[in-house]
Design a protein around this ligand. Structure first.
Ligand SMILES: *Cc1c(COP(=O)(O)O)cnc(C)c1O
Length: 391
């Protein structure tokens, strides 16, 4: 992996001095990951690194990313407001389902919206009196090998290029396409990127005013293979240089990962509420819920805060009455008793932003771990982090 999860030693060896459950983000990991990503895409002319806010909309974290020069990808007005408040720039946006009022809010923030469907285009242009003509398009990519994480031609998102061309002709509008957006779910390897880049090269002449190609996110799988990462960015760089020569200008290239940028920075700190030996496996219930929090995170135990030194096999469950509230099955770690605590990772992305609230359990408080101390980064999605931001 070229982005190595390097857990802070102090966190691993000292029980956190904050109430549990808590989500803890390691500041150094965030900095390191952003720097690494920026370095990786350095060879691409005019590359812009953004963060997909759906992965985490904690105000404090977004402000940190903004200060590192990271822009935003937003898919709702709530994400837009969070990105705006954090002063992230630039901001890109696509969504299959905005109301016209929400679209107007996007546009009033000078965002060129990447339209997702023909009907979205039609209804927007039917009602707009301000004949604003610069738009973006989310495009479906054909010829991709699709599976359960890669979505091209069969994606429910995006417009086929020929369908757009037909619409543009019939609409009678002088619409100018400035942005092409091509998120495909997961970019698995360099050859998937090659298919995408070839397609862009093939269609770009239909859009003579294009100034931005947005390659979306979905880099987590790719980044498990360092060689493929290198090859992937080389392909993007080569094709963009060719396109730029052809079009005689520098087109911006947006990369907007969510998961990859923050996942590894996050730790869930949780206390053991019950501990019972069942045969040769210990049944543990933590004071937080996998169902509520880690449906997309697949965490592992990275530290056990216990005086016990003997190892045992554990099943770690969440604190709901739902049978399938399981964090981890069959984890070999130091024996955990009631009152002990654990640290699970990765939970930095798609945990607080998509948390459920079964039984009324609130989303855990979020903290930044920086210089071996904890800074409150707000709870309930960072709503209370104003004081911290102005510190
Ligand atoms: C979800 C999403 C992303 C981020 O995806 P990750 O897998 O978290 O990197 C980027 N762009 C768009 C349009 C998305 O919908």
């Amino acid at each position: 992996m070229s982005i190595l999860p390097k857990a802070p030693t102090h966190l691993l060896t000292h029980k956190p001095s904050i109430p549990s459950p808590a989500i803890i983000y390691d500041y150094d990991t965030i900095i390191r990951t952003v720097k690494q990503l920026k370095q990786d895409i350095e060879g691409i002319p005019n590359a812009i690194l953004c963060f997909s806010v759906k992965a985490n909309r904690n105000d404090y974290l977004l402000a940190q990313l903004a200060s590192l020069g990271v822009g935003a990808d937003v898919a709702s007005v709530y994400e837009l407001r969070a990105a705006h408040k954090a002063q992230m720039s630039p901001i890109y946006s696509t969504s299959p389902a905005l109301t016209l009022e929400e679209l107007d809010e996007m546009i009033s923030h000078n965002i060129i919206f990447d339209f997702n469907s023909i009907s979205q285009l039609t209804s927007y242009f039917e009602q707009t009196i301000d004949d604003r003509q610069a738009i973006g398009l989310r495009i479906k990519i054909p010829h991709l090998f699709e599976d359960d994480i890669v979505f091209g031609e069969n994606s429910r998102f995006g417009i086929r290029v020929n369908e757009y061309m037909d619409w543009a002709e019939v609409s009678g509008r002088d619409v100018v396409v400035k942005q092409l957006h091509l998120h495909v779910g997961e970019i698995k390897n360099a050859s998937s990127m090659e298919v995408i880049m070839r397609y862009i090269e093939e269609i770009i002449h239909h859009f003579p005013a294009v100034n931005t190609v947005n390659l979306g996110g979905g880099l987590t799988y790719l980044y498990s293979n360092e060689k493929e990462v290198k090859k992937t960015w080389q392909i993007v760089s080569q094709v963009m240089k060719r396109i730029n020569r052809q079009m005689n200008r520098e087109i911006k290239v947006v990369i907007e990962p969510g998961m990859l940028m923050l996942a590894l920075s996050g730790y869930l700190y949780s206390t053991v509420c019950s501990s019972d030996l069942d045969g040769d496996v210990r049944t543990i219930t933590l004071n937080s819920s996998a169902w509520n929090l880690t449906e997309w995170a697949y965490p592992e135990v990275i530290a056990c805060y216990t005086a016990n030194t003997d190892k045992e096999r554990h099943n770690l469950y969440g604190n709901t009455c739902y049978e399938n509230d399981v964090f981890i099955r069959s984890s070999m770690n130091n024996r955990l008793d009631v009152g002990d605590a654990v640290l699970l990772t990765p939970v930095g992305a798609y945990v607080s932003s998509m948390a459920r609230t079964l039984h009324g359990y609130p989303v855990p408080d979020e903290w930044i771990f920086k210089d071996d101390t904890f800074i409150k980064a707000g709870d309930q999605h960072g709503k209370n982090s104003e004081e911290v931001l102005s510190m």
